[in-house]
Design a binder for this molecule. Structure first.
Ligand SMILES: C[S@@+](CC[C@H](N)C(=O)[O-])C[C@H]1O[C@@H](n2cnc3c(N)ncnc32)[C@H](O)[C@@H]1O
Length: 286
C-alpha cells in the first residue's frame, strides 16, 4: 500500500497538483498525471522545433502543419544539417502554408491540381487514387469532381472524405486488385492516379527502381480497369528507366507526357507521367 502510494504523492508534488486530488481513486490520478506529462512533452518538442534543433532519437516530434511528423520524416529530420534545411524549407514553403489555409491534408494536393489544370482533365465519374494517404490528392479530386465516386487506396489511414471509398491495403499484395475489382464490378474507371512512393532508403538507384515498380503495378491494374479514352497520372522519378516506362505507356495511350508541376520541388528528382486517352489495347497487337 505504502509503496504504491509514495511515487504518486511525490509526482503530485513535483507537478504542482493540489493535494485534494490525491484523494481521488488511483486510476484517475494516473490518468491526470499521464495528461500532464503529455503536455510537458508536447511543449518541450515545440520549443525544439522553433529553435530548429536536431531531435534526439526515438522522440515523438511535431510539425506545424499536420501535428505529428511521420516516421519517414522523423528519420529525415534527425540531427543532420540537411534535415534542418528541410525543416526551414517546409516552414517557408508557400504550398505548405496554402495547404494549411485551404484545409488540404498535404501540400502535394497542389501537384495534382496543377497537373489537372495543365492537361485540362475536366471530367471523371469513377476515379482510383493509389497511395492516397494522408488525403491531399483525394481532396483535390473530390473538390473538382464532387459527383464522382473515388476509391482511395493506401497502406496508411487517411483523412475521411465524402463520396470516397477508402481502402487501407497494400497495393503490392496480390489480393488488393481483386478487392478493388469486387468494388468496381463491371464498371470501368475514367481516371487513375498513383502517387504511391516507397519509404526511400537513400540509395538513388534502389529508390528509383522501387518507385517505378509501384507505377508499373498501378499501370498493370489500369490496363484491366480503364475505360476507353480514360486518363492516368503516375508519380515516378528521374533515375534512368523512366523513359522505358513512358515508352510502355505510349503503346496504350494516345498521348503521354512528363509533368513537373510548380509545387514539386525543383531540386527533387520527382516527376509525373501524364497518360491521356487510353486506347484499350496494345498497338503492337494490331
Ligand atoms: C507521397 S505519399 C502520397 C500523398 C497523397 N497523394 C496525398 O496527396 O496526400 C505516398 C503514399 O504512398 C503510399 N504507399 C507506398 N507504398 C504503397 C503500397 N504498396 N500500397 C499502398 N500505398 C502505398 C504510402 O503509404 C504513402 O502514403
Amino acid at each position: 500500500m505504502l509503496t504504491s502510494y509514495f511515487p504518486l504523492s511525490l509526482s503530485c508534488g513535483i507537478l504542482g497538483i493540489p493535494k485534494k486530488l490525491s484523494t481521488l481513486p488511483q486510476k484517475s490520478l494516473y490518468f491526470t498525471l499521464g495528461h500532464s506529462l503529455h503536455f510537458f512533452r508536447f511543449f518541450f518538442n515545440q520549443k525544439r522545433l522553433l529553435a530548429l534543433k536536431p531531435f534526439p532519437k526515438n522522440k515523438r516530434i511535431y510539425n506545424d502543419q499536420r501535428g505529428v511528423v511521420t516516421q519517414a520524416q522523423a528519420s529525415h529530420i534527425r540531427g543532420s544539417s540537411s534535415s534542418i534545411r528541410w525543416l526551414k524549407r517546409q516552414q517557408s514553403d508557400p504550398y505548405t502554408r496554402m495547404a494549411r489555409e485551404q484545409g488540404f491534408a498535404a501540400r502535394s494536393a497542389f501537384k495534382l491540381d496543377q497537373i489537372l489544370n495543365s492537361y485540362h482533365v475536366t471530367r471523371a465519374q469513377l476515379i482510383i487514387d493509389l497511395g492516397a494517404s494522408p488525403g491531399g490528392w483525394t481532396q483535390v479530386l473530390h473538390r473538382r469532381f464532387p459527383c464522382a465516386h473515388i476509391i482511395s487506396v493506401d497502406k496508411a489511414p487517411m483523412t475521411p472524405i465524402p463520396n470516397t471509398t477508402q481502402l487501407i491495403l497494400d497495393f503490392t499484395n496480390t489480393n488488393t486488385p481483386r478487392i478493388i475489382g469486387n468494388i468496381l464490378r463491371d464498371r470501368k474507371i475514367d481516371l487513375l492516379v498513383s502517387d504511391m512512393a516507397p519509404s526511400f532508403c537513400g540509395h538513388k538507384q534502389t529508390d528509383h527502381i522501387r518507385l517505378l515498380a509501384l507505377a508499373e503495378l498501378a499501370f498493370e491494374f489500369g490496363k484491366l480497369t480503364l475505360k476507353h479514352g480514360a486518363n492516368a497520372i503516375f508519380k515516378i522519378n528521374r533515375g534512368g528507366t523512366e523513359s522505358q516506362f513512358k515508352l510502355l505507356l505510349q503503346q496504350y495511350f494516345e498521348r503521354v507526357c512528363y509533368a513537373k508541376p510548380d509545387a514539386s520541388y525543383k531540386d527533387s528528382s520527382e516527376l509525373f507521367v501524364v497518360a491521356l486517352g487510353f486506347i484499350g489495347r496494345n498497338r503492337d497487337d494490331e
